[in-house]
Design a protein around this ligand. Structure first.
Ligand code: HPA
Length: 235
């Protein structure tokens, strides 16, 4: 058992799906995994281990934002020998050619987080996805006719309600596709621990047009994204 995860040694698989919402973790476990066993209920941050197409896989809630996510990812890497983590989350689109329900494979993640700045003494580290996971996810996504996928940069912001949203304009002008709140620190922690990580996000809302998805649409696209994530994790 680690500080925030109640699993015994060996109860967490080497490959982990990481949704922000713990109830999504339960939904993923019950929908996609065979014989899922709950290994964590500490703080309601549910975690399960089961099998998918014969591969042992875990799914762990991370909470919202980089500080919460980093607690779970640090403990998964340092106390449970986890090898690879694929975040499955939602994001807000920042460009008109990115539509709600599209899926984004985050090749890299910019950030305004002080976690990055403090770790690198004010220098600008560029957190990037593991290429093998990204390539496998890209191939899995390209094989699906039901989805539009974009591969590129996202922005991991510390504020869902930013005081100065205009600060994002240069990011968009330099190719950033969407905003979420976790990928950058996830990629940095994977690099620090010499493990693998990828973030895949469905577009749940559009920052430019104001369009949103319905709950039913979110569930359908979320399911497709989980299948892509499981395929890349176990490739
Ligand atoms: N901002 C940050 N994170 C998000 C958003 C957003 O608009 N939408 C989904 N996750």
């Amino acid at each position: 058992m680690s500080t925030h995860i109640g699993a015994k040694p060996g109860e967490i698989a080497p490959h982990v799906l990481l949704p922000g919402d713990p109830l999504r973790a339960r939904w993923i476990a019950e929908t996609f995994l065979t014989d899922p066993q709950c290994y964590n209920e500490v703080r309601g941050m549910l975690g399960y281990t089961g099998t998918w197409q014969g591969h042992r896989v875990s799914v762990q809630g991370s909470g919202m934002g980089q500080p919460s996510m980093a607690i779970y990812v640090n403990e998964l890497f340092s106390e449970y020998d986890v090898e690879s983590i694929v975040r499955v989350g939602s994001c807000g689109a920042l460009r008109e050619d990115v539509k709600v329900r599209d899926v984004i494979l985050a090749s890299g993640a910019c950030t305004d987080s002080s976690m990055n700045r403090i770790r690198f003494h004010g220098l600008d580290y560029a957190p990037v996805a593991d290429f093998g996971l990204l390539r496998a996810a890209y191939d899995a996504a390209a094989a699906r006719a039901d989805l539009t996928t974009h591969t590129g940069l996202i922005f991991s912001g510390d504020s869902f309600y930013p005081a100065r949203p205009e600060l994002l304009e240069p990011m968009v002008a330099h190719g950033v596709l969407a905003i979420e709140m976790e990928a950058s620190a996830l990629y940095t922690l994977a690099a620090k621990h010499q493990r693998r990580a990828l973030a895949i996000c469905t577009v749940s809302d559009h920052i430019v047009t104001g369009e949103e998805t319905s709950a039913a649409e979110r569930e359908q696209t979320f399911g497709a994204m989980v299948e892509i994530a499981l395929t890349s994790l176990t490739a």
